[in-house]
Write a protein that binds this ligand. Sequence first.
Ligand code: SF4
Ligand code: SF4
Length: 305
Amino acid sequence: MFTLERKGLDTIQLNLGYKCNQACSHCHVEAGPSRTEIMTRETMISVLNFIDLTSSKNVDITGGAPELNPHFIFLIRQLTDRGLSISNRCNLTILYELKDKNLPRFFAENQIKIIASLPCFSEKNVDSQRGKGVFSKSIFGLQELNKAGYGLKKQLILDLVYNPNGAFLPPDSDDLVDEYRSALSEYGVQFNELLTLTNMPIKRFKDYLIRTGELDNYISLLRRNFNKSNLSKVMCKKMISIDWQGFVYDCDFNQMLDLPAFGRKKIHISEVSSSSLENSQINVDEHCFGCLAGKGSSCGGALQN
Ligand code: SF4
Ligand code: SF4
């Protein structure tokens, strides 16, 4: 096994809760409509107090569906007032479910970068991984984002996320992006980049691998494709992940596995100083091969060109 050390803090990832309007088969959060874990405003204030003490300029918001958090707008306004660069991980269908709120316009007004899940350009594949009707609602979401200027205006970035619909590594984004552009242009949809992510062998995807008898093969595939040059680029080297209660982890995957930052004991963000993060050991385990295989994988896509 390898070791990893944190080398600074340029991104704070906030998980606003595990509630989601979808329940996708590969979800590493095991999110869904019945989950009740939601970050409170009080916890958000603890996080904001921490951010004020750091030099981190980027906040990456995730969930569940972060837009379902009742304090989502409050948080975005607070982050915008601080001049931070904000990314929101949007499942697209939430823009259909909450269409009365016109979230694309709110995102655009605050110049939030949108990182949107669309694991395929085929309706059949998307619906099989994410649920019946998800593809058409996702297209609605993308069209609304385009109407608000996303994917069209320079400062309004709309990136799409691909992840494999099975136990294999993602292809190169360059090999896939033209097919995405061509297929989505039929709906008049435009976007910036296509990010390719590796499925992590944890939670729902791990259950799927166990059910299909593919777990050992998938782990061997990840190990066989271990690429040492990804070690210096993995996202945890410059990021922390904060859960809905304010506890700190090295990444969202470790959060879901209950592997806290700084070793065994969970530490709340109100007790963390940014200097204590410098050079701290990262809690690694077998699932980390998911980030380190092939061209690598992170919340920002592949690690190598
Ligand atoms: S993968 Fe995303 S959209 Fe799907 S259930 Fe998980 S959090 Fe929700
Ligand atoms: S899963 Fe990836 S991001 Fe998380 S600790 Fe392991 S290598 Fe780092």
